[in-house]
Design a protein around this ligand. Sequence first.
Ligand code: PHE
Length: 465
Amino acid sequence: MEEKNRNSFTGSLGFVLAAAGSAVGLGNIWRFPNLAAKNGGGLFLLVYIVLALTFGFALLTTEVAIGRKTQESPLTAYSKVHKGFGFIGVFAYVVPFIIYPYYCVIGGWVIKYMSTYLAFQGQAAVADGFFGGFITHQWQPILYTVLFAAMCFVIVYKGVEHGIEKYSKVLMPILAVLVLFIAVYSIFLSYTDAEGVTRTGVQGLAIYFVPNFDGLTFGGFLRVCLDAMGQLFYSLSIAMGIMVAYGSYMKREVNLSKSINQIEIFDSAIAIIAGMMIIPAVYVFAGKESLDAAGPGLIFVTLPKVFDSMGSFGQYFGLMFFVMVLFAALTSAVSILEAIVSSMMDKLKWSRKKATLVMALITFVVSVIVCLGYNVFYFEKSFAVVKDGQILDFLDYVSNNLLMPIVAIFTCILVGWVVGPKMVIDEVTRNGEHFGRKWLYIIMIKFVAPVLLVIILLGSFGIFG
Ligand code: PHE
């Protein structure tokens, strides 16, 4: 099977930054620090790193290798690996389709906050009803969602080399510098509250890094592992076709296993540094309890208060923060859209133009419905599976907790047992490259990863409480 006229990344750096752009997203910025603070700080970090080097590495390598070997996008790639397993591709195609519209809605929220800080209106964002008032507003969320979606469309429309690669090469380094700068600044913060208690950034850092074994039971440790696994899975953007699509654009002479290592290091480093930026800042200005504010509440409700307490610099701090979040969200959203568009191009033989435009229309309709989920379609009684959830939370649950583990489990069965790990190993070493963790890979893909994935799936049914 030789190169068709397929788009490709110019080289290793383009691929690594684009894939890292997909991996580094909102999950690194709020989800990771939050889980770490909740799960005994350093202990969680340790478990996460071990899992990233074993479990994450095996899954990521598999998907990229499938993409590069077949030169196909997710919808068609799996059936090319084995006729009977084309259904994995269908699932892997449905996941980004579900995620994309609501990811754009959240991207829209980020633009709203960024523009609020840009207009030096940061104080407004502190008011109690600001977030709620905005998401329930009749047309504002729709407007911002369309703005965010439009940015993604322009990038994907321009193609792999001139769109995705070019933008990732600019946005990712800026993002890394911003996260690092804000993290260093956070460590030096200190604040004395109304009761005269002084809290410092260094104390906050200790909560984050020092392993906390207080009252840790075996069950508690399992919980930490489960959270770390779920986070890793989400953070590496696996099981939704993205890495297959990006792998299919990777040149054959690029060293696959080296690139995978770089993506893992980039993604984990940004997550860890994001914790150094958020945990001390929230701890210093809002106290330890506020670290428990999970989810979007942390970024959109708690952090504006933190920025406000910083005095006049808080305005710039907030602006920098939301610019960084926007870049992270944009490169992730672009990768989701690319997974969908590339599948349409390969399956239906559509041009990139046509596929992108059709997706623009579909996204518009679905994301308007998601936006209206907070007013017109607001359900007093939320969906059975998600507590306090609206349409957005429901879509999130179905894709992340059900479909993604299923895609990954069947991928392990396909590669570990049906076609055999040799297929992936041959792809990784096709130019005679050294594959240092080959044995680890085989053990992972055949035995460990499928078991861990079944545990994740069961966990999402609430079996472990
Ligand atoms: N991996 C991204 C993160 O860590 C999340 C993401 C989800 C990216 C879905 C693409 C698609 O935030």
